[in-house]
Design a protein around this ligand. Structure first.
Ligand code: FE
Ligand code: FE
Ligand code: FE
Length: 204
């Protein structure tokens, strides 16, 4: 029996199911990320995007309605992988100064995945003659892009604060900036002044 030809409309439907799964997964992940974040600004950014994500799922429901198919997801290995990486960071960096930088990086990986999916779907919706669907997808694409930009801005401030904290707790890295640092000493392992920080040294 001949195989049923797979058309662009089939690909559109499959990809819609993919991003539907991803968005629904993120509804569960974003609250965890907000809870884990140390910076209040980062917590707020995650909570704000959680609310946006609820609206994005509703928009996808509308697109499913436009193509006359039930709103159903299909496992997206990519979002599972990205969120698993995020979970690993939350576990390994719990209580550490670099936690927020790691959360930001994971969140931006998510936004970039979503941006690629929504950009593709929007273009296909136009090609398939569904301007209403294209508009809905464009609205969400704009939200994902705005979230990504907001996270980039936050990344700069959060990472700066974290870097300062590290400098304070690891005087090894201050050595070439502050000559008068009394606690500074050459690393015992490699005999150089730039090696992985040794948290045993305390400035106070
Ligand atoms: Fe989204
Ligand atoms: Fe996927
Ligand atoms: Fe998003």
């Amino acid at each position: 029996m001949a195989k049923k030809p797979m058309l662009l409309s089939d690909l559109f439907h499959e990809t819609l199911k993919d991003i539907y799964f991803a968005e629904n997964r993120l509804l569960k992940t974003l609250p965890k990320m907000a809870k884990a974040a140390q910076s209040k600004d980062l917590q707020r950014a995650f909570t704000k995007h959680l609310r946006e994500t609820e609206g994005q799922v509703k928009r996808l429901d509308q697109v499913f309605r436009i193509i006359g198919k039930p709103a159903r997801g299909k496992t997206c290995a990519a979002i599972n992988g990205i969120t698993e990486e995020g979970a690993e960071i939350m576990k390994d960096f719990k209580g550490m100064p670099a936690l927020d930088a790691g959360l930001l990086a994971a969140a931006q990986a998510v936004e970039h995945y979503e941006m690629s999916r929504y950009g593709t779907l929007r273009t296909w919706a136009e090609e398939l003659g569904m301007p209403d669907a294209a508009k809905l997808l464009q609205t969400t694409l704009d939200e994902e892009k705005a979230t990504d930009s907001a996270l980039t801005k936050l990344a700069k401030s959060v990472v700066n604060v974290e870097a300062e904290q590290e400098l304070l707790s690891y005087p090894m890295f201050l050595a070439d900036k502050r000559d008068d640092l009394p606690d500074w000493r050459v690393c015992e392992q490699c005999n150089a002044n730039r090696c992985p920080p040794q948290p045993t040294v305390n400035l106070e």
